[in-house]
Design a protein around this ligand. Structure first.
Ligand SMILES: [Zn+2]
Length: 192
């Protein structure tokens, strides 16, 4: 089932999520819904708070020439090792539509998590997967990628989104069709 994705300004996105005790049927449904919602968006990662569930669950699927992960789901993911070296990627987020910013994060991380069968796994991540998994874990701590950039840039993004929302509300009030948002393939692929 597709779930609506919360946008910047929704207070749930800045709240910490709670650990999952076991993979119950309810969590399995949440995972299925999140994967479906991520593919439909489309995005390469999604965290449960983005669909309004304050649970420590994330899903990812990196499909690039250099790295193909297939759908991954992680409950209670935590970074247990990180490289000293950083890498900068231009990040986007399904909860902050149409905005992209360079964010520096450790280039390699090892993540420990519970998989869908409730087994503890460890995964060494690098490249886009390392960035994406750290971006998703941030969501579980109520952190958005724009929290890593300067307040000046962050305020500019917030004002633009508020302006777009006001215009949308005005158009709806006047009965105009909603303006369709257009994105390039590259941008679509980078949102998490
Ligand atoms: Zn995100």
């Amino acid at each position: 089932m597709l779930r609506p994705i919360l946008r910047l300004g929704d207070s749930i996105l800045s709240e910490p999520a709670r650990a999952v005790a076991t993979i119950t049927p309810e969590i399995e449904t949440l995972i299925d819904d999140m994967i479906e919602t991520m593919y439909a968006a489309p995005g390469i990662g999604l965290a449960a708070p983005q669909v309004g569930e304050l649970k420590r669950v994330v899903v990812l699927d990196i499909d690039r020439e250099d790295v193909k992960t297939g759908p991954l789901c992680m409950a209670n993911p935590e970074v247990i090792d990180a490289s000293d070296e950083d890498v900068t990627y231009e990040e986007g987020c399904l909860s902050v539509p149409e905005h992209y910013s360079d964010v520096a994060r450790p280039a390699k991380v090892t993540v420990r998590y519970l998989d869908r069968d409730g087994e503890t796994k460890e995964l060494a991540c690098e490249g886009l997967l390392a960035t994406c998994v750290q971006h998703e874990i941030d969501h579980l701590d109520g952190i958005l990628f724009i929290d890593h950039i300067s307040s000046l840039k962050r305020n500019m993004i917030l004002r633009k989104l508020l302006k777009a929302r006001k215009e949308k509300e005005r158009d709806e009030a006047e009965g105009k069709p909603a303006t369709k948002l257009k994105m390039t393939a590259k941008e679509e692929a980078a949102e998490a």
